[in-house]
Each structure stands twice: as structure tokens, then as C-alpha cells.
Design a protein around this ligand. Structure first.
Ligand SMILES: *Cc1c(COP(=O)(O)O)cnc(C)c1O
Length: 439
């Protein structure tokens, strides 16, 4: 906190934030990866305002609101396959907690129970939230290491990174390579594993780590073969970020449980959801006296105002071509960032759809990162702020996550600010060894 400089927003419109001292900033991280249609979208504003005239909050413990029911039906319709039974919570971490407990309880009380299936397989550098259970799954040093004594141990899989492949592995073999590693873990541990939990396609908080194409499908097949549930955490990648409504659709995968958050209400209100397939639901279905229900509930789960925002957002996905435009906008942004590919300290420009990471490195040949005390990522984002763009780094990965509704000229503004800021902080002509020595 000693270095904290508050940046206070008074209002926002479209992709732009206005600070209390009147500065306009482009919202380059979609207000933490969740804004979709822009701020103050008239249709979403109206939906929330209308709902406010009816009821702001009731509980979904023992009752429900009409809008919440409508949203549940809508989510069952738009999510892949037969995903259809929904549990609402208020944030992405809680949606993952619910998924884990659901998967655990499923194996305890399904017909032919498997009571030993109590563990989870999580990927290297995973991020699934900041609550204790989701932190246990996580594998990012800063978020997890300190808390190790109060966490449970997952079975740890590889980091399925496409940029830092082992020397012996070509990019064509990458998906097979990582799938084989995961398979050998399953061979050893499947009897005790309830579920594999993973972010499909892109591990966001890990630094926009992009998985080799085909890996997700291979993991789905492994889950079927080894009798392990698949939990896909679509909190970051869901709701159009990667160019499809849900990232799983890219590989025609239907997880057993899918978690959503961030973009669910288009970034308007705190709401998350965990959606399960019928076979999971059926393990909980019994007479009340059998106590098979999911003993888990959140005070604000299914909140009607949030549900109204979510329905309005999904309606916009259905009535506009916002989703169909993501690929073209992503290509446009990539093309605009292309000059950075020649920068000696830009290691990789990656991502899927409008989810882009630019990794800064000290040395091209070794892919060595900068010394962390140099705060290269932070300095670049500070420089972007001076240019009117709000972005946040993940260590030395510069993240560009503009709202899906961004126009080409807004993407120009974002790309120019990123390029200029990188040039400013790590001038092209300075050779990498000099910079490394400065630390
Ligand atoms: C942000 C995020 C979470 C946690 O969501 P919160 O709403 O911050 O609790 C979980 N999983 C992934 C993949 C995320 O990106």
C-alpha cells in the first residue's frame, strides 16, 4: 500500500472511464475482464432500473425471483450440451468453490459411489480465485505460496504453455505432450481424483498462457476414460471473450460442470454461476429426509438486479452481431500490435479473441524474464495511463482486454498507447544485457 496512488472514477460511458479530476481513460481491461457491451449501455441500464421498480433482492434459499428463473433457463439454453442445473453465487471464486464441493459430493452419493474420489487435478500456474479452496487449486506463487499451510494439495498437472515448450517438443506435438503428462497423472491417481479443474484455452491470471489447440478436447476424452469429472472455469474466458460465447465451444467440449462469473452480467453487478449436467444433478436428487441436497448457499446468490443485467446482456448477444465481430476485432488488434513483434524485449504476443497478453522478457534467446524488482510491467502500464489508457499487468505480461464492443478507432488508441509505453520504458535500441545489468 505504501506505493498506492488512488485513481478514483466518477463515471463511465461506453469504453471510457472519467476520473474525479476529469481525466478520460480507455478501459483497457474491461474493468477487470468483465465489461462486455460498454459502461452505461442503455438496454442494460434500463433492465436494471426496471427491475429496481419491482424488487432489488430476495433470497434464493427456499424461493426464487421470476427474473432469476428466467436467467437460469436462458443459461441452460446458451451453455454447451446438456449443462442445465444452475447454482448462483456472487463471484467467480465462489462459483469454483461450489463446483469443487459439487464434484466431491457427487462421488460420495451417486449410485455406485466412489468415496475415495476426494482430490482435484489442477494445472500448473492455475488461477481459480482467492478463497481458500480456489487458492488451493491455484499455482501462482504470489497468490498461493504464503498460504500453503492452510491449503489442500491438488494433484498438480503441467503448465500447458505454447510459448515455453520443453526443448524436445515441437509446437505440433505440444497438445499430445501435455495430454500424455496429464494421462500419466490420471493413471496413477484416478481412483482418488474427483475432477480436473481447468481454465479452457487460456489461463488468464497466469499471464494469458495459451494452450495448444486440441488439448481441451484431449483432456475431455481423458476424463471420460479415467472416470473423472471435468470442471471448466470459464470465469475469464466465458461470454464472448475468445470469440465464442463459451471457450469450450471451440473444441466442441461439454464439461460436467462449468463456472461463469465476470462477463455474466456484462460487468454490471456481482453474480456468478455454476452449471452442471443432469448426471451430476441426479446424485443430489432425493427425498428431503435423505439429506442429499447441496448444503451450500450464498446470501446474495441469484440476486434479481444482477439477473436482470445478465438477461439484458445475453439478449444483446442474441440481437446484435457483437459476438460475430470478436474475431475480426481480435485480428485487427493483433495487426495493430504487430510492430511489437520486432522489439527485442517482447517475447510473445498471445491470447485468444479479445484477450491479449504481451510478454516482456530480458533476453530473446533464453526467454529469461526481467528481474522482478525492475517492475517492467507496472512501469509500462503507468506510462499507458499517461496516454489515457487504463491497463494492468500480470507481472511482466501486459494485458489488453478491451470491452467486446470496442470500435476499431478505440482499438487503435489502445494499441498505440501500449506500443508507445513499451518504447518509452524499454527503448528499442537499448540492448537487453544493459537492461538486465541495471537491476
Ligand atoms: C477472476 C477469476 C476468478 C475469480 O473470480 P472473482 O469474481 O474475482 O472471485 C476465477 N477464475 C478465473 C479463471 C478468473 O479469471
Amino acid at each position: 500500500m505504501a506505493d498506492f496512488e488512488p485513481l478514483v472514477i466518477e463515471s463511465a460511458e461506453g469504453c471510457w472511464l472519467t476520473t474525479t479530476d476529469g481525466k478520460r481513460l480507455f478501459d483497457g481491461v474491461s474493468s477487470l475482464w468483465c465489461n462486455v457491451h460498454g459502461h452505461r449501455h442503455p438496454k442494460i441500464d434500463a433492465a436494471v432500473a426496471d427491475q429496481l421498480k419491482r424488487v432489488a433482492h430476495i433470497t434464493t434459499l427456499g424461493m426464487s425471483a421470476d427474473v432469476t428463473d428466467q436467467l437460469a433457463e436462458k443459461l441452460a439454453e446458451i451453455t454447451p450440451g446438456e449443462l442445465s442445473h444452475i447454482f448462483f453465487s456472487s463471484d467467480g471464486s465462489s462459483s469454483v468453490e461450489a463446483a469443487m464441493k459439487m464434484a466431491f459430493q457427487y462421488w460420495q452419493q451417486k449410485t455406485n459411489p466412489c468415496p475415495n474420489k476426494t482430490k482435484f487435478l489442477a494445472l500448473g500456474s492455475a488461477y481459480h480465485g482467492d478463497t481458500t479452496g480456489s487458492v488451493s487449486l491455484g499455482g501462482i506463487k504470489y497468490f498461493h505460496q504464503l498460504f500453503a499451510p492452510i491449503l489442500f494439495e491438488p494433484v498438480r498437472g503441467p503448465i500447458p504453455c505454447s510459448y515455453r515448450l520443453p526443448d524436445s517438443v515441437s509446437s505440433e506435438d505440444a497438445a499430445n505432450h501435455y495430454a500424455t503428462e496429464i494421462e500419466s497423472l490420471l493413471q496413477q491417481h484416478h481412483g482418488s481424483i474427483a475432477a480436473i479443474v481447468m481454465e479452457p484455452l487460456v489461463q488468464g491470471a497466469a499471464g494469458m498462457i495459451t494452450h495448444p489447440v486440441g488439448l481441451l478436447k484431449m483432456i475431455r476424452d481423458l476424463c471420460d476414460r479415467y472416470d473423472v469429472l471435468l470442471i471448466c472455469d470459464e470465469v475469464a474466458v466465458g461470454f464472448g471473450r475468445t470469440g465464442k460465447l463459451f471457450a469450450c465451444e471451440h473444441e466442441s467440449v461439454v464439461p460436467d460442470i462449468l463456472c461463469m462469473g465476470k462477463g455474466l452480467t456484462a460487468g454490471y453487478l456481482p453474480m456468478a454461476a455454476t452449471i452442471a449436467r443432469p448426471h451430476v444433478y441426479e446424485a443430489f436428487l432425493a427425498d428431503i429426509a435423505d439429506s442429499k441436497q447441496f448444503f451450500h448457499g450464498h446470501t446474495f446468490g441469484g440476486n434479481p438486479l444482477a439477473a436482470a443485467a445478465a438477461i439484458a446482456s445475453i439478449d444483446l448477444f442474441e440481437t446484435t452481431d457483437i459476438l460475430q465481430q470478436v474475431d475480426a476485432k481480435a485480428t485487427y488488434l493483433r495487426d495493430r500490435l504487430r510492430p511489437l513483434a520486432d522489439h527485442p524485449n517482447v517475447g510473445d504476443i498471445r491470447g485468444r479473441g479479445l484477450m491479449v497478453g504481451i510478454e516482456m522478457i530480458a533476453d530473446q534467446s533464453t526467454r529469461e524474464p526481467f528481474d522482478s524488482s525492475m517492475l517492467i510491467g507496472k512501469k509500462i502500464c503507468d506510462a499507458a495511463l499517461d496516454q489515457g489508457v487504463w491497463i494492468r499487468p500480470l507481472t511482466d505480461v501486459i494485458v489488453a482486454m478491451p470491452p467486446l464492443c470496442s470500435t476499431e478507432s478505440e482499438l487503435d488508441f489502445l494499441a498505440d498507447a501500449i506500443i508507445d509505453s513499451i518504447e518509452q520504458v524499454v527503448p528499442n535500441e537499448v540492448c537487453s544485457s544493459t537492461l538486465a545489468n541495471q537491476s
